[in-house]
Design a protein around this ligand. Structure first.
Ligand SMILES: NC(=O)c1ccc[n+]([C@@H]2O[C@H](COP(=O)([O-])OP(=O)(O)OC[C@H]3O[C@@H](n4cnc5c(N)ncnc54)[C@H](OP(=O)(O)O)[C@@H]3O)[C@@H](O)[C@H]2O)c1
Length: 295
């Protein structure tokens, strides 16, 4: 039995589809089961509720061999530690109670770098992994750079002003990956019963690109000029607060971006094993272009 958290999210819903193809029993935890895709819903066992609720994970983890663990973004949390580590505590208690064998977590690049000590969401994600590992389960933490999919949030300025923004230097080459590739790596590990112990599994996408490189590819695919504009860390943070994020979570986003600007995501050497197939150009053609047309 494989338990999948966040099954309506970008990564989680694709993990569900992959895992169902392997004919394993799948149980999902969903706050609102009506949001599950109709083509998969009938083949799932559904536990209703949030995966930070002890009574919910207590029902969900009984009989579970493997768990896909994704801590959802909480823009109003009082601290990044509350958002990631405290959110995960009830699940850790249930993992111990039911002797869950293997967990695949969604995490971030940066472990072992000096920048990881003050990298906001990343620092908290790494602490979350430490908490899960402390239960004694076998753990594979998928460690990601920023997702290509994050750019969908900027579909409107890309369409209307031909520009997208970040506080990161536009010439810094960085890995980036597509959520579809993260889901296929996660599903492969969930189905595979041969691994144990603890390890990080970097998911780096196919190549390192700067935001200026991305702007050139977007311009080509969208058939109109798109440019990158670097903004200050102060205005980046202020933008989150203006959109309703708590002070602590806005600071967490800003600390993370500053750490990435100092090389947080550049420490893992790229190999064929940690490179994933979806190119930025392909992602732009298949995901960004339709989103920009609709924006
Ligand atoms: N974006 C990046 O560049 C990046 C990089 C590295 C790691 N990550 C990590 O990736 C994760 C985000 O993945 P994603 O993009 O797939 O997320 P997503 O699409 O935003 O999905 C979040 C999921 O969590 C559920 N959810 C939201 N609040 C919840 C709550 N309080 N209790 C239970 N479920 C809740 C949502 O479902 P309902 O609303 O239907 O309940 C949804 O299924 C985060 O852990 C983040 O730290 C992100």
């Amino acid at each position: 039995m494989i338990v999948i958290t966040a099954p309506t999210g970008n990564i989680g819903r694709k993990v569900v589809e992959h895992v169902l193809n392997s004919n394993v029993r799948v149980r999902v935890i969903a706050r609102d089961p009506s949001r599950l895709p109709s083509r998969t819903h009938a083949r799932l066992e559904v536990i209703e509720g949030s995966h930070n609720d002890l009574s919910v994970v207590d029902r969900a983890f009984e009989g579970a061999d493997a768990v896909f663990w994704l801590c959802p973004p909480d823009p109003r949390a009082l601290s990044v530690t509350a958002a990631y580590v405290d959110f995960t505590r009830p699940a850790c208690a249930a993992m111990i109670k039911y002797g869950v064998r293997r967990v695949v977590s969604i995490s971030a690049l940066g472990r072992g770098t000096p920048m990881a000590a003050n990298a906001g969401y990343v620092t908290a994600s790494l602490a979350m992994d430490d908490l899960i590992a402390s239960t004694g389960v076998s753990l594979r933490s998928l460690t990601m750079p920023s997702f290509m999919d994050n750019l969908l949030r900027q579909a409107a300025p890309i369409k209307h002003q031909g520009v997208f923004f970040s506080p990161i230097n536009g010439d810094r080459k960085l890995p980036s990956c597509a959520t579809r590739d993260i889901a296929s790596v996660a599903a492969r590990l969930l189905i595979d019963t041969s691994w144990n112990g603890r390890d990080d599994v970097p998911v780096l996408g196919p190549q390192d690109l700067s935001f200026n490189d991305m702007a050139r590819i977007m311009s080509d695919v969208l058939g109109k000029p798109v440019r990158f504009e670097q903004v200050s860390f102060e205005s980046y943070k202020a933008g989150f607060i203006q959109r309703g994020m708590s002070e602590a979570m806005a600071q967490g986003m800003t600390d993370m971006a500053r750490a990435k600007n100092e090389g947080l995501d550049n420490a893992v050497r790229r190999t064929p094993a940690n490179s994933t197939p979806t190119t930025f150009r392909q992602w732009c053609e298949e995901e960004l272009k339709p989103a920009v047309i609709e924006a």
